[in-house]
Design a protein around this ligand. Structure first.
Ligand code: MG
Length: 161
């Protein structure tokens, strides 16, 4: 039995005129801001994908879904997550669990956490209790605190039986 751990980090800018999608859920920012990016800019799912890829030293999501490739424009990040999990499974690995923390001042994420966990787990072929999603503010410090962006840190543990 072998174990591997990976970590992932991502940040996207908060801008006007974009939807705010986190963990596959469309949320409402009090100022109507959303995350900028080539795909749907789901920073939570992006950090989880990088943690999964990192665990197997497979590079990062930019390698598989390059932002200059028009086919990923507006892409549903949960679909990209399914593809990353397929890469992991193809290599004979199972996901034990993932855990993530989203850093955002607003909106309040707590009411949406369980829906995010269920959506992510569903696409990964996991149970919701294998997907940890937490939220914290940045105490108004730094880019997240000034609401210039939302970031996410994630870890993933993989097992090869
Ligand atoms: Mg990203």
């Amino acid at each position: 039995m072998q174990l591997r751990i990976g970590n992932g980090y991502d940040i996207h800018r908060l801008v006007a005129g974009r939807p705010l999608i986190l963990g596959g859920q469309r949320l409402e920012h009090p100022q109507g801001l959303g995350l900028d990016g080539h795909s749907d800019a789901d920073v939570l799912v992006h950090a989880i994908m990088d943690a999964l890829l990192g665990a197997l030293s497979l590079g990062d999501i930019g390698k598989y879904f390059p932002p200059e490739d028009p086919q990923w424009k507006g892409a549903d990040s949960l679909v990209l997550l399914e593809q990353v999990v397929a890469l992991v499974v193809e290599r004979g690995w199972n996901v034990v669990n993932v855990d993530a923390v989203v850093v955002a001042e607003r909106p309040k994420l707590k009411p949406h956490i369980d829906a995010m966990r269920a959506a992510i787990a569903g696409r990964m072929g996991l149970q919701p209790d294998q997907v940890g999603v937490k939220a914290t503010t940045n105490e108004r410090l730094g880019p997240e605190g000034r609401e210039e962006g939302i970031s996410c840190h994630a870890v993933a543990l993989l097992l090869q039986p």
